[in-house]
Design a protein around this ligand. Structure first.
Ligand code: ADP
Length: 391
């Protein structure tokens, strides 16, 4: 029997899962269901010990995260040699309440449901996964780990909006997201960057969702995502920061309902909306149209502008880290962003960048620039293991 901790990361368009050994968090198996929004999802699994999974099931062709979560749990339940000890989840929004991982209880689920309007593309999927696990393994301990938690100690000026104070007190503040990714980078940065890891650092998490985090002493001091996961950088399908007046305009002059406006800004904007082609950087890089180029230009322009803004919150910049799908793999995006940050002292070594090397800054650069693959799942696994061992 193989004992394991199951880690579940329900994203906006994919479900990723990983099985780790409970003692050392060694990777046992990992898999994902991708392309969920297309309604024709694909399932893949990489297994360390192939005897576990000798039959790959046929994933239902649906765009429903809920149905796919239930299918996945029943699939895993049928693996006879697998004994789950606990499950850990990435949860995007923990509001003002959660600054630490928490054991799932009915009260915790109720609180998470309250935050669904703040992360409509993510929170319901995590809740569906929790329910699917409870239905297959009713006694299994589940731990939720929050993307917002890493940012909870930011200074007031970094998380306050200039709105009436009563709204701030009620929780209308900048929360910041991708905290599990930033926590992982903060943990490994000293090994990579030495003493500068504790200095003025900006981490660029550039995936389908994208944000920046400014750190000092490896703690978050500012980030580009705000109250919801819509704010800040341009993303795959999300617009990023936008004048709130656009929302009023769409409602008043285009007679759009709130749901329609939400759909435009969350799902029809970003790289997809500007290019009219795709939200996938690989496809846009391969496409020679003006629209594809403009979409990538806007993406890199916005990222560079926001790096400038966060550098101002740090009063300088010593280390810049690129991570997540685009940050780890697109040399072109990194080069364009870094070129715009030359005024901050950023200078990259073009061949190191093309080769996706760990350090891509040149010897002349005043800022050390790194490419570090993120690992949100190991962060969740360690928190889950520590949390259940402390019970
Ligand atoms: P998320 O976890 O937020 O769903 P990822 O971190 O997996 O997203 O990043 C997905 C993005 O990474 C996509 O836009 C994809 O185009 C981009 N990406 C992945 N591999 C490459 C590559 N080799 N070159 C350029 N972009 C890539």
């Amino acid at each position: 029997m193989n004992k394991a901790i199951l880690i579940f990361n329900a994203g906006s368009s994919s479900i990723k899962f990983v099985l780790y050994s409970p003692e050392d968090c060694d990777l046992l198996a990992k898999g994902s269901i991708d392309e969920i929004v297309s309604g024709a999802p694909s399932f893949q699994i990489k297994v360390d010990n192939e005897a576990w999974f000798n039959e790959i099931g046929c994933v239902p062709q649906t765009g429903s995260h809920q149905a796919l979560s239930y299918w996945l749990m029943s699939y895993l339940h049928n693996v006879e040699s697998l004994e789950l000890l606990a499950a850990g989840h990435r949860v995007v929004h923990g509001g003002m309440v959660f600054s630490e991982p928490a054991l799932v209880t009915p009260e915790v689920i109720r609180q998470l449901e309250e935050y669904t309007p703040l992360a409509p593309n993510h929170q319901p999927h995590s809740l569906a996964a929790i329910a699917a696990i409870s239905s297959e393994w009713p006694e299994l301990k589940q731990v939720v780990c929050f993307d917002t938690a890493f940012h909870r100690d930011q200074p007031l000026v970094a998380h306050q909006f200039a709105i009436p104070r009563a709204l701030t007190d009620e929780g209308v503040i900048r929360y910041g997201f991708h905290g599990l990714s930033y926590q992982y980078i903060a943990n490994v940065l000293p090994t990579v960057a030495g003493p500068r890891a504790n200095g003025k650092v900006i981490v660029a998490h550039l995936g389908n969702g994208a944000s920046l985090c400014a750190m000092r002493e490896r703690k978050s001091v500012a980030s580009t995502m705000g109250f919801s996961a819509l704010d800040g950088l341009m993303m795959g399908r999300r617009c990023g920061s936008i004048d709130a007046g656009v929302v009023f305009y769409l409602q008043r002059h285009h007679n759009k309902s709130l749901e329609e406006v939400e759909d435009i800004l969350y799902r029809q904007s970003g790289l997809l909306g500007v290019s009219g082609i795709s939200s996938d950087v690989r496809e846009l890089q391969a496409n020679k149209s003006v629209e594809a180029r403009q979409a990538l230009d806007l993406f890199t322009y916005r990222a560079a502008c926001e790096i400038g803004s966060l550098a101002s919150s740090l009063s300088g910049l010593e280390v810049l880290v690129f991570t997540a799908g685009i940050g780890e793999h697109s040399a072109m995006i990194r080069r364009k962003i870094c070129e715009r940050c030359a005024w901050l002292g950023v200078d990259i070594d073009v061949s190191a960048n093309e080769a996706n090397q760990l350090k891509i800054s040149s010897s002349r650069s005043g800022v050390d620039v790194y490419v570090i693959p993120t690992n949100e799942e190991i962060e969740i696994a360690e928190s889950t293991r520590d949390h259940i061992s402390g019970i």
